[in-house]
Design a protein around this ligand. Sequence first.
Ligand SMILES: *Cc1c(COP(=O)(O)O)cnc(C)c1O
Length: 401
Amino acid sequence: MSSLSTTLIHHPYEAPQGFEAPQQAVHKASTVFFPTVAAMRSREWKDKTAYTYGLHGTPTTYALEERLCTLEGGAQCVLVPSGLAAVALVALSVLKTGDEVLIPDNAYGPNKTLAEGELLAWGISHRYYNAMDPRDLAAKLSPATRLVWVEAAGSVTLEFPDLQALVRLAKAHGALVALDNTWGAGIAFKPFDLEPGAPQALAVDISAHALTKYPSGGGDVLMGSVITRDADLHMQIKLCHMRLGLSVGANDAEMVLRSLPSMVLRYRAHDEATRALAFWAQTQPAFVQVLHPALPDSPGHGFWKALCDRPDGGAACLFSVVLAPHFSQNQVDAFCDALQLFRLGYSWAGPVSLVVPYNLRSMRAQWPAEIAQGTVVRFAVGLEAVSDLQADIAQALQAMR
Ligand SMILES: *Cc1c(COP(=O)(O)O)cnc(C)c1O
């Protein structure tokens, strides 16, 4: 090893052991070294006891996976590049031609789009059910039903379903239950322990989580996780994950690891601010309905109260309003445009408050019985002062009129 470039690559210096600091080291690799050919041939990556290739895990991604399992009460985790990739991985792992997937009509929209696109093209059918009516789920379960999605609260309209009833029905039918747990985030309720203290644990089989939201907390990372408690189911998902070549970047994993310690505090701060604004919004005549599961009039409030209304539970940073139908689309757009602190943009759980107007009619099979007629606008409350956010909504209402 005489030439400078070779020595710079194969350098003999090794830093001393024993470095400890608040943040973990960030391990970056595609290539991982093996000491011998025998080690290379025999090394096992599936059980996370060793390393073979960056795609299959590094100390950084293993650490994040373990912390996320603790957060959600699961046993195994795989990381994927986005929340939507988590939803897609669940479908691709457990569904095959001839199977059917049931999705709540108020689910995260792209979950339905995937079912209408690739899944349908591959001979996997889907039906949408009304999450607020377990009888509707019961009626739609068929011999082909392999997977049932649940989501609490519903995307955009924030209805809180009778989650236990939906899970019980699907499991009694022999279907797998997957939860989109982005809203609850492992804090509002425990997806693998839906009836704490009950003799027989009621649990979802799979929890998919958009880490893009709370675990990132910065509005600057896209990532997702798929968490399970059953080792065989996990292996099925993990092998599909491997075959699809999914992985996440070390810097992104580091960002989420750095944000996790403050996640519970952030969840609570967002929750408190969101409830304050949602309660205030009820006093505004322009809003004919305010949707937030902690409001007694909001759809499914009783189910939210039973499952999440504990000191260590809660509700996320979202509330929606229905603007009275006499406001034109132009007026509603003007209201959203007039907001200064609430920025127009997708996603949530970052520091900046966000707003999105929705066209509910195009999103649902039919107008939901629980939602008043009008235009739905969803607010994602950031970490600004509540009084400033309230004043912002008030001035935008003035501007709209
Ligand atoms: C944001 C979100 C997703 C998707 O996450 P991305 O990282 O943006 O792909 C999935 N489900 C829910 C409920 C979400 O809010």
